[in-house]
Design a protein around this ligand. Structure first.
Ligand SMILES: *Cc1c(COP(=O)(O)O)cnc(C)c1O
Length: 432
């Protein structure tokens, strides 16, 4: 039996001083049950908890760590930077370097501004899009997540299109009434939104949705969105906070050939430090203060430590772009093996892969939007999650998250995880 006494004690103690014991809700294991492991250390593909248990980590901090935990070069560069000061409140050459790096890779990004979190990036992009279009309403898609700013905390209804109802207490309806909610992968639903409102200034979408589990957009859908936005003078915001430098070096672009007018990035570009960005067409970006009238700011924005981590991460990635093929091959090896085992045990399983991103749902039918994702068997996922954790494999504590690979993964690790999946299914079927 795995010992998790330290985690249990740590969790109890944390709950005394931190709501729910965590600084971001999913970490509390609310949707799967059990005790979150308190982490002492991360190394490569592995996490080590306070009881000394080690786990193959498919979470990788929910995406940022494409090089794995405590990558030698990234850590070395950060340590060097720390000795020169933590933050200056003045511009640095580092920031220009990172901006140039990102612009050279991301299609359609001509100017960029660095912020501290994906939430800030999407919030700022929406403010900018509203200013540019002169229209107040926005469309978002059910199941997509863009951080927790007020106008994005909405839920959809049963209809094809709805004006968003707030999905969080404390968010006022006067704000969310400007957010329309459409169905992912449905252009009809977007057209219905455009019938309901003549005042839509922006559409924000995850081109490869990763926050309802992994649900990639279809090519027709994304290209259709681009056409609708062009026709109706709507700013298209591609939220690539997760997929940027993850699904491929160029994010979603190679899969769809679609550019946003604005794009948001985060996660990988900070290499595990708090760093995100929004960027896009110069004519839109130049509406930002101090050039234009759209206010946006940040005390620690572009701080030298986070920017150094980002530059080091992108630098290592660029040395060998085969990384993405390597990880995609491993991801396919994983889902193919997983499918075989599931078939053997008569367990319905839907899988998908985009580069180093893996999606799997315990569902009968294919998953293409939130309604179809929500049919997945979350109870089975909870049992599976607990079994795997006990056996030293860390999947996200929710059916509706993406799994991530990182550079140190290899065939042996994948195969060892597949063996544990089979053991888990066997035990579950035996009622153990
Ligand atoms: C993670 C994520 C965000 C929010 O980023 P934070 O840094 O957690 O605020 C926004 N959009 C997408 C697509 C994300 O995956």
């Amino acid at each position: 039996m795995q010992q998790i006494l330290h985690s249990i004690n740590d969790f109890n103690e944390a709950k005394q001083v931190i709501p729910g014991g965590v600084n971001s809700p999913v970490r509390a294991f609310g949707s799967v049950g059990g005790t979150p492991r308190f982490i002492k250390e991360g190394k490569g593909a592995y996490l080590i908890d306070e009881d000394g248990n080690s786990y193959v980590d498919f979470v990788q901090s929910y995406g940022p760590l494409i090089l794995g935990h405590s990558h030698e070069i990234v850590v070395r560069e950060i340590v060097k930077a720390v000795h020169k000061g933590l933050s200056y409140g003045a511009p640095t050459e580092l920031e220009t370097s990172l901006a140039k790096e990102i612009i050279s890779v991301c299609e359609g990004v001509e100017k960029i501004r660095l912020v501290n979190s994906g939430t800030e990036a999407t919030m700022s992009a929406i403010r900018l899009a509203r200013a540019f279009s002169g229209k107040d309403d926005i469309i978002k898609f059910e199941g997509c997540y863009h951080g927790h700013s007020d106008s994005l905390l909405v839920k959809g209804g049963s209809g094809l299109a709805t004006f968003g109802e707030t999905s969080s207490k404390g968010v006022i309806a006067d704000i969310t009434k400007h957010t329309l909610v459409a169905k992912y992968n449905s252009l009809d639903s977007v057209r219905e939104c455009l019938r309901l409102s003549k005042n839509v200034g922006a559409i924000i979408v995850e081109p490869i949705a990763g926050n309802m589990g992994l649900v990639p957009a279809t090519k027709d859908f994304l290209q259709g969105l681009r056409e609708l936005c062009d026709k109706e003078n709507i700013v298209l915001i591609l939220d690539e906070v997760m997929s940027g430098f993850r699904a491929s070096f160029k994010g979603s672009y190679p899969f769809y050939g679609v550019q946003g007018d604005l794009c948001t990035l985060g996660k990988v570009i900070g290499g595990g430090m708090p760093l995100a960005a929004f960027g896009g067409r110069s004519d839109i970006m130049d509406m930002l203060s101090p050039v234009g009238g759209v206010y946006q700011a940040g005390t620690l924005s572009g701080n030298p430590i986070a920017v150094t981590a980002g530059l080091a991460t992108l630098g290592v990635i660029k040395q060998d772009l085969n990384l993405y093929t390597h990880l995609e091959n491993l991801a396919n090896r994983f889902v193919n093996g997983f499918q075989e085992i599931a078939m053997q045990y008569h367990i319905a399983l839907q899988t998908s892969v985009r580069g180093s991103m893996i999606g799997f749902f315990f569902a009968q039918d294919s998953v293409y939007d939130w309604d179809s994702a929500a049919k997945a068997d979350t109870q089975f996922y909870s049992i599976f999650h607990a079994k795997m954790l006990e056996k030293g494999v860390n999947f996200a504590p929710s059916q509706f998250e993406t799994s991530f690979l990182c550079a140190p993964f290899n065939n042996d690790i994948i195969d060892s995880v597949l063996v544990k999946i089979e053991e888990s299914f066997k035990e579950i079927k035996a009622g153990q």
